[in-house]
Design a protein. Structure first.
Length: 245
């Protein structure tokens, strides 16, 4: 199997991008984009398709098994994990590789996902003390815990942009996990942050559920979080004020 890899490259942050092509050949029918990239980076005196010397392609990877989310990128126009994209899927024997577009680019295929992590800090998505999920919501905590923080959901989200108010599903999913286990004494602050950032910011396009490599039930998590952080609170406020519906 011969595959032409067209890679959008940048020497450094802020540098002009340019396309560079490489030819990759393998007998492995299950070879992935990550497999090809790893071989390129270990090739001594790497040359492009025109025979010109080329610098090693910079990208991120860790597990190579769809467990860490590090190799998130855009392949043939779609946001995927490089380790999950099998080269035999390529039409015409060509694969186009680009970094995620919603984040600043550090170099080549490496995107700076710091804004995604900063959103988690701003919402204070952590526990201050050990706690345990109630058996009735164990499934919510488990499903949310499978989030890879890869950023693919943000790439397709029409409401997310770096520096914007909406932190995206990369924050909504861990928020759902926290909501399911948080002691009542710590709920108010998180619920306010959830309503302001996620409930009011999400346009409900649900494009994210089609790209999640972990197959998380994003819609189900949103429903349960909205019920706890928004609707339940509104019902309680109406009861306390003597209102009815």
């Amino acid at each position: 199997m011969k595959i032409q890899l067209d890679i959008l490259r940048r020497e450094a942050a802020g540098a002009e991008p340019y396309w560079q092509s490489f030819m990759y050949e393998t007998e492995d029918e299950n070879a992935t984009a990550a497999t090809a990239l790893r071989e390129l980076e270990t090739t001594p005196e790497l040359r492009d398709i025109d025979g010109k010397p080329a610098a090693p392609v910079r990208w991120e990877c860790s597990c190579m098994q769809k467990k860490c989310g590090a190799c998130a990128m855009i392949i043939n126009g779609k946001p995927v994990l490089a380790c999950s994209y099998q080269l035999r899927q390529a039409e015409g024997g060509k694969v186009r590789l680009e970094p995620l577009s919603k984040f600043p680019v550090i170099a080549d295929l490496i995107a700076d996902r710091t804004p995604m992590l900063e959103a988690l800090r701003e919402m204070r998505l952590w526990l201050n003390e050990r706690t345990k999920a109630d058996e009735t919501v164990n499934h919510i905590a488990y499903d949310a815990s499978r989030c890879l923080q890869c950023g693919l959901c943000l790439e397709v989200c029409p409401n997310f942009y770096t520096g914007g108010r909406f932190p995206g599903m990369a924050a909504a999913v861990p928020a759902a996990r926290l909501i399911s286990v948080l002691p009542e004494s710590q709920q108010a602050e998180l619920y306010r942050a959830y309503r302001r950032g996620i409930y009011e910011g999400c346009g409900k396009s649900m494009a994210c559920r089609n790209v999640c490599p972990a197959g998380i039930d994003i819609e189900g998590l949103l429903v349960s979080s909205n019920a706890a952080a928004v609707w339940k609170r509104r019902i309680f406020r109406k009861k306390d004020s003597g209102g009815s519906r």
